[in-house]
Structure formats: structure tokens, C-alpha cells
Ligand binder design. Sequence first.
Ligand SMILES: Cc1ncc(COP(=O)(O)O)c(C=O)c1O
Length: 425
Amino acid sequence: MSNASWWERAVKVLPGGVNSPVRSFKSVPGDPLFFRSAKGSRFVDEDGRSYIDWCLSWGPLILGHADPDVHAAAAEAMAEGASFGAPSRREVLLAEAFLQRLPHFEQVRFVSSGTEAVMSAVRLARGFTGRDVIVKFTGCYHGHADHLLVDAGSGLATFGTPSSGGVPAGFTATTAVLPLDDIPALEAFFGEHGDKVAAIIVEPFPANAGLLIQRPEFLQACRELTRKHGALLIFDEVITGFRVAAGGAAEVLGITPDMGTYGKIIGGGFPVGAYAASREIMDHISPNGPVYQAGTLSGNPVAMAAGLATLEKTGRPGFYEDLERKGALLEGGLRQAAADAGVTATVVRQGSLFWTVFQDHAPRSFEAIDPQGMDTYGRLHRGLIERGVYLAPSGWEVGFLSAAHSDEDIETTVAAVAETFKSWS
Ligand SMILES: Cc1ncc(COP(=O)(O)O)c(C=O)c1O
């Protein structure tokens, strides 16, 4: 059956035809494709067409699709039992591997998604400090927990809704939303409300409204103000964890948060999230402390095995250096393609995360993104689909490079982008 016939069936039984809104093609031309198999940097749709994939399941697949070691580890675990609902050794092994990479934390709790990780971390921050207010920044997405679903970046921006329906005002009353890149606003807020703030939560390289790389001073201000006012700093590293460096954004920036939230890569393509902090903070979580959090499938052995295999491979010498080299190659190629075709575009990149925005400078805040560029992105998306290259179906989304992308994949992609740009003139 073709993509089109699956789509026809899907819209009848799934709201909007999808199980996550970002998969729909609301802000790019055409209908979503249906994929049936994947290997390395490529996947194949139900029409039998193969694409170089730069979305890669939205980040978990840093080794590419169907990595043989990850799949072998998951299969081995599954053969021993898919879920125990009781402690099992792979939870300990993954926790040890995780903490070895992130020595600023002492304990980690595994959950089943990034949303769950953030939701639990925020609850713990509130329980630990005895305070209610959480500070977040416009354009940062922290999963779809009610109280964080305000001014939350790509998915919502794609649909032109700044915040979600179905969230009572009371639920977000203790969420303060401030602009990124604005130290005076942050200082003024802490000056007035600092004693009520439980935590700042921030994506250290905000990657949910394009890629909004911050000035180090801004993140440093987050660190200093939280420390000064007895609040916690939470780095939401669901995207950046184990991606921008072995030790995530905290390592790249040299800033140590009090808590961190993770997902995506640590599950190697299976549903896993995690939150981590010092033992003192983690002691407040149940069963040791009064802050409740639980999960039927938390620490699932198959997902733990996939995560372990992924961490093992990303831990090999030269892994992140190679990603950086490929990232630079892609960035340079995309820049050149735009320049040659006279298209106004800026390529923003942090390691293996990249974003093309159709304006002449890299924005540092949500407000600094020109939404008009999203139509141009839609045309690029269509042009690339026709040429066998798949980007995330929204200009607000970043691209993901994996170890499985070859130099040839990069060259093919750059050539397809150049051809698409040229076809516009
Ligand atoms: C920074 C960040 N936090 C949290 C989440 C939520 O993770 P999940 O989709 O696994 O619930 C995401 C998802 O993309 C994310 O990018």
C-alpha cells in the first residue's frame, strides 16, 4: 500500500493522522510520508522511496537507524524478559554509565519519556526547595506537562498557538515565562520574586524554536541568580544530553546545573527519560523522601540495554570529534549553497545539531526569529523530499546529524539543497 493510502486510513482513526503533532505536515506542503524500514542514515517510505534522514526520530538515533549493536543488545535483553517490574541489573549498569559521563550528578532516576523526566524534576525541585515558582524561557520546550506548556517553541509555534488549550490558568500560575538572552529581565524578576523561585529550567542550547545559541553570560546569570536566591538550576538536556558532547551541554559550557533532565539518546530509540541531581536532592524522591514519582515501565530492561549500547559506542575515542567534523562539512556546504543561489539564510550549528533560518543573522531569542522564513523552509522541505532528502517538517525544528551519516550523504544533501535553491530563481 502507498503513502497516500496509509494517510487516507490514518486520518480516519488517528487525530490529524498522527500520534505526535510535529509529525504532521501542517507548515510544509504535502502530506506526511509513511515509513516502513530504516538503516543507518536512510529510511524507506511505503512508496519504496529512500531518503537521507536528517530528523532521525527527533534526536535519539545518534548512531543512525537500526544500529546493529543497539539492536543486538535490545534483542538479547528482550529474550530474557521484556519487563520485570522489579529491579534488574541493566538499570544499575546504565545509571553507572550515565553518572560516569556526568560526574556532577550523584544519582539518576529513569522514567519513560523526556516529558516525564521534566515533570518529575520540576516536582522534585519544588519539593526540595519548598517553593512553587518555576522560571522558563519563551521558545524553550520542556515536554507537554501542563504547567510548562506556555510559550513552548516549535510544536506550538508551528500551529500558531502560543500555549495549549486544556490547561487551566491555575496550572501555569506558578510558571514565570521570561525572554531568552535578556539578563536585565532575569535580574529584575529575581529581585522581586527570588525568594519564591524553586528553579530555573532552561535548554542550555535551546533547540525547540530553531537553535537559539545563547551568550555564555546569559546562562552564567541563570547559574548565579539561582545560587544567590536559593533556587535550583535545571538544565533540560533531553536534546543536548550525550549529543553536543559526552558530558552534554554542561560540559561544553562549563556550567554545572543542580539538576538535569534527559531522554532521547539514553534510550537508543526506545522510550527512556531520566533526571539526575546530587544525592541530597534525589533523597527527596520516593521511596526515600516525600516527593512521589513512579512508573510501570521505568527502567525497562530492553530500553536500558539499548541505552547502554548507545552510550558505549558514543564513548569511543573520537566519536564527538567525528560528528563535529561532519557538522562543519554540512554547515559549510549549506552556507555555500545559499550564497551561490543568492538566498538569504543563516546556518546555526552546535556540534551535530543544525538549523537553517531564512534571515541574515542567527537569532538568540524566539522574538528575533522572522516567521516569514517558515514559508521558505516549506519550499525547501518540498524540494528536498522530491530529491530524496528528509528534513523535519517544520522550519522551527532543528536537524540531527548522526554517526551513520557519511561524507557522501552530506555531499548529496548539499547538492540537493543547492539544486532546490537554484530552482527558485
Ligand atoms: C528539551 C526537551 N525537553 C523535553 C522534551 C520532551 O520529551 P518527550 O518527547 O520524550 O516527552 C523534549 C522533546 O523533544 C525536548 O526537546
